[in-house]
Design a protein around this ligand. Sequence first.
Ligand SMILES: [Fe+2]
Ligand SMILES: [Fe+2]
Length: 323
Amino acid sequence: MPRATRAAAAVPAAPAPAAGPAPAPVLRKAAAPTVHENLVLEPRDVRFDWSQLPLHWIPDEPMATHTINVLHLLLPEGERWFVKVFKEALPLITDEQLREEVLGFIGQEAIHAEAHQEVLDHLLAQGLDPRPYVRQIGWLFQRVLGERSGLDPRRRRENIIERVAFVAAIEHFTAFLGDWALNSPGLDRAKADPTMLDLLRWHGAEEVEHRSVAYDLMVHLDPGYLRRVRGMAVSGPLLVHLWVRGVRFLLAADPTLDGRIRPTWREARQIAGRGMLPDPLRSLRSGLRYLKRGYHPTQEGSSGQALSYLATSPAARAAAAHH
Ligand SMILES: [Fe+2]
Ligand SMILES: [Fe+2]
């Protein structure tokens, strides 16, 4: 796996201050988003030290902590599945630049999966056993959504494109969540654990950075609008279902809570109001934006903000210093 730590090189340089009188402003037509946005995706190595992570890493906020912890339950299996689907799709790609982007995407997602796996191992060491839930997720991704054997080439291609469309819809949400993580002062106010904040923001920033790749791959393989709608129609409700189950599971499995906390949407909205979770209604509206005719992932989030975070992420710096 490529190990690169050249985040800083990817940050666009700030324009140099102009000498003398400022030039007259030039009115330019806003450029339409292009499919290939001079994207060079590099998997960045990271190092996290979880030894000091408290079980409730947002102090005194077990529901907020575990709602975000669902990420660690879903992502290792989910992102390994993304990697498999995209490797299956590679031979179908006829555009060299898109192929490069897909390879960068594969490298980044593989590292994300491992980073979240470390948190799962830490939860287990603290007496919260995530394995029963993770086994179900593994079954879903490997058996239900995995590669199907015995298909003729036409059906096989169709099956791969269908799964790419599921990934594209999920990637809409990972970019939405990534953008939220990068703009969530509520987590800092609540004194969330800095290492976990860095994991969320490093990962979130790479999600914003590569937010177009899955969508562009889907459109490359099938430009039809129905494919996009179907991807969201399956992935959106599935994600909500898995999340709700995940929160219930973690709150029930937390050895310090004795099953005392039962999550409700009302409470989730209150916590979101205090800035510790994305607002459920905003998340729903974001899912609906994916269905707009003129949608493209570049309309969401800021690549500049993502790249500047990646240039300063403590975990990325720790890995760079180690090499
Ligand atoms: Fe990821
Ligand atoms: Fe992603």
